[in-house]
Design a protein around this ligand. Structure first.
Ligand SMILES: NC(=O)c1ccc[n+]([C@@H]2O[C@H](COP(=O)([O-])OP(=O)(O)OC[C@H]3O[C@@H](n4cnc5c(N)ncnc54)[C@H](OP(=O)(O)O)[C@@H]3O)[C@@H](O)[C@H]2O)c1
Length: 250
């Protein structure tokens, strides 16, 4: 099925969910800008996409999202190179492993910088462009871990909760301009981020996650759990009383 979008940016495109979102978009008729740090992975993905979807379908931009000051000029350059912009996916993210008794500020800072500040640096640019053009779609990849402060990854969950709130604010600001803002919450997905984590329930492939994410965003949903079963599960988890939740190892 062809998408109404013709031009897309994927920030965090070199692996996992972002790479598969880029493949999905390209296979459905989109020109796609691939943004992240690892040049070799991006070039390999671009070559694969160009081979199956036509030369020039994928463009490569090497960028570290913690270089916030570089984002505005790079965003403008990409829009010029693509000849417009219909949709942006912010999928860049990190989840450093931490022990149950570990409080490592450097890991925490990196998590905030990539998952939250990088998102703000890129999506503010998209918000301004889309508001001025009265249209466009912004997609942020959050997580069910935003829904409750669990013991495992305190700052990862906090960055996703803050991202949820930021995306909701963008949605409310941009609705009068006809701009859609989509929050996606995937459950466990088989990617380099979750490699070696053996106790993740209902894990799905990143191809399946990307397919469901692109479908939900194209349908104009404002919030989608992927797969949908996580919505009722998280409803229950959100409503577990605190005195019980403290005792649960989830
Ligand atoms: N996997 C899951 O179970 C799961 C569940 C819920 C939500 N998510 C979210 O889904 C998103 C994608 O995760 P994934 O599982 O696909 O992980 P992944 O395979 O590790 O991909 C992470 C992506 O983020 C990019 N990235 C990391 N640091 C960056 C930086 N400083 N500058 C630019 N790009 C950077 C990486 O590119 P470079 O290294 O090339 O820079 C890579 O493309 C993340 O936001 C994650 O939190 C994942």
């Amino acid at each position: 099925m062809a998408l109404k979008w013709k031009t897309a940016i994927v920030v965090g495109a070199s692996s996992g969910i972002g790479a598969d979102i880029a493949r999905q978009l390209a296979s459905q008729g989109c020109r796609v800008a691939l943004v992240s740090r690892r040049e070799a992975e991006l070039k390999q993905l671009a070559a694969e996409i160009d081979q199956s979807c036509g030369s020039g379908t994928a463009l490569v931009y090497v960028h570290d999202v913690t270089c916030y000051e570089a984002a505005p000029a790079l965003f403008q350059q990409i829009c010029r190179d693509l000849g417009g912009l219909d949709v942006i996916f912010y999928t860049a993210g990190v989840m450093p492993r931490i022990r149950p008794d570990e409080y490592d500020f450097e890991k925490d800072r990196l998590t905030v910088e990539v998952n939250l500040l990088g998102a703000i640096a890129w999506l503010n640019e998209a918000a301004m462009r889309f508001a001025a053009g009265n249209g466009g779609t912004i997609v942020g990849i959050s997580s069910p871990s935003a829904d409750r402060g669990r013991r495992g990854f305190p700052v990862y969950g906090a960055t996703k909760a803050a991202l949820d709130n930021y995306l909701e604010s963008l949605r409310n600001r941009l609705a009068p301009h006809g701009v859609r803002v989509v929050t996606i919450k995937p459950g466990p997905v088989d990617t380099p981020m979750t490699k070696g984590m053996d106790k993740l329930p209902m894990r799905i492939s990143s191809q399946s996650a990307a397919q469901q994410i692109v479908r939900a965003a194209a349908a104009g949903k404002q919030l989608a759990y992927v797969p949908w079963k996580w919505r009722p599960i998280m409803f229950v988890i959100r409503n577990i009383p605190s005195f019980l939740f403290k005792k649960m190892k989830i």
